[in-house]
Design a protein around this ligand. Structure first.
Ligand code: SAM
Length: 179
């Protein structure tokens, strides 16, 4: 059993989905200068709201969405098919990623690592699947506080994962670079 704190699902709020698709993802891509043509993994992709704008703006050579929840992945599949985007959707745990070492250039996380138990295992797995110089894009503690003032669990355990080094930051989002 990996969970120290059981994960509590988030409600589906359509207005938040629209904001994420039309404002948040474009802002992350531009402010952190995410590369075009990269191999991109979103961990905790949920209903796949971020996948169409990631596909459109980053034109990835490979795009994968991973989530632990089968129902959310089915919703992500419908959404991706409706939008005609090429994405692999994979069921899995961010703390035990079903991918080979160094298979991605960018891993994106809109909050999942803040809400799973044993987040150090998630960071270790993300560092493992990132290629040298690859980037882990994540929300900052401020972003978490603003979005989830009550259930926010504070900071991520960066000290446990020295392979992820500080890179860029843009107030609400940051990236770490893999050694
Ligand atoms: C904070 S939500 C983010 C959902 C979506 N990416 C968004 O931005 O709206 C976290 C997502 O992580 C998924 N999740 C929870 N625990 C997980 C785990 N251990 N491994 C992978 N995904 C997990 C949940 O099913 C949920 O879809």
């Amino acid at each position: 059993m990996l969970s120290r704190h059981p994960y509590e699902p988030f409600p589906n709020v359509e207005s938040r989905n629209v904001l994420q698709e039309c404002v948040e993802v474009p802002a992350v891509v531009r402010s952190l200068k995410l590369p075009v043509g990269a191999r991109v993994l979103e961990v905790g992709c949920g209903r796949g709201i971020a996948l169409p704008p990631l596909s459109q703006l980053c034109r990835p050579s490979r795009l994968v969405g991973l989530d632990i929840d089968e129902e959310l992945l089915a919703a992500a599949r419908s959404r991706a098919d409706e939008r005609g985007i090429d994405v692999e959707l994979v069921r899995g745990d961010v703390r035990a990623l079903p991918f080979a070492d160094r298979s991605f250039d960018v891993v994106v996380d809109f909050g999942t690592c803040y809400h799973v138990g044993h987040a150090e295992r998630a960071l270790s797995e993300i560092a493992r699947v990132l290629d040298h110089g690859g980037r882990f894009v994540h929300e900052t503690p401020l972003s978490q506080r603003l979005a989830h003032p009550v259930r926010s669990r504070g900071r991520l355990p960066w000290r446990s994962e020295p392979r992820l080094c500080r890179d860029r930051t843009a107030v609400l989002w940051s990236s770490r670079r893999a050694l």
